[in-house]
Design a protein around this ligand. Structure first.
Ligand code: BEZ
Length: 237
């Protein structure tokens, strides 16, 4: 089981884009999203790999490389790719590797297996896991869905936007945040420091009188303040 902050568990494997001798090396220096699938030739997985293919350009724009994993062998993956490209990706070729894990050793090592979902031979399927790995090859985010629930790839782009900003600034993103909206200044930042880093930040007044909700736009979003209707707010300075 890999948890936040852990170095990625190492493996080597075949993939539809060639052999990966060291997954750790594959990750080093880049943001990576590894997403697992129960099995080839299954409907939800096919829709997910098609959705990922359609959004390849968006992931690339953010400097994030994709890698899918499914618990079948390379020959099966190669056949499946033709189905995905022919039915679910609107003609988009799959540019990212699909990693072969026929003996489920990688899925086991990473804690991807779902004991409640088994194939006809009684072997546990891999769940729909998402691992977002930083350029230092440590785990920055994970999501775990059962095989019955396909993932929302727009949400994955949204969390990547949040991770990338939080790796650059001492901020966090609030509920339902999207790129271009105000972010929140991390509690570890003093008001003094916040004034230097985010001169236009504002503090939300709350009943307790504690000044812990501090919002700001970031320079790359043009610095335009977004006001939330009906919320009582005041300037920080
Ligand atoms: C699917 O991808 O459609 C699927 C795979 C395993 C169990 C249930 C659904």
């Amino acid at each position: 089981m890999v948890v936040l902050g852990d170095p990625v568990p190492e493996f080597s494997a075949d993939s539809t884009k060639g052999r990966i001798d060291s997954f750790k090396q594959f990750c080093e220096g880049k943001w990576t999203m590894l997403f697992s699938h129960p099995s080839d030739f299954t409907p939800v997985c096919t829709s997910e790999l098609g959705a990922a293919a359609k959004l390849q350009g968006e992931f690339a724009k953010r400097g994030v490389q994709l890698a899918a994993l499914s618990c079948n062998d390379l020959a099966s993956h190669q056949q499946w790719v033709r189905d995905i490209e022919g039915s679910m990706s609107e003609g988009q070729k799959i540019d990212y590797p699909i990693i072969a894990d026929p003996d489920r050793s990688i899925a086991k090592k990473w804690g991807m297996l779902d004991p409640d979902e088994k194939d006809t031979s009684g072997k546990a399927f891999a769940a729909r896991c998402v691992f977002i790995i930083g350029p230092d090859a440590t785990l920055k985010l994970s999501l775990l869905y059962p095989s019955s629930t396909g993932r929302n790839f727009d949400e994955l782009l949204r969390v990547i936007d949040s991770l990338l900003l939080a790796s650059k600034y001492p901020i966090a993103t609030p509920a339902n945040w999207h790129q271009g909206e105000e972010v929140m200044i991390a509690p570890s930042v003093s008001d003094e420091e916040a004034k230097k880093l985010f001169p236009d930040f504002r503090t939300i007044q709350v009943k307790s009188g504690k000044a812990y909700i501090r919002k700001t736009m970031l320079p790359e979003d043009g610095g335009a303040q977004q006001q939330q209707g009906g919320v009582q707010e005041c300037g920080a300075r």
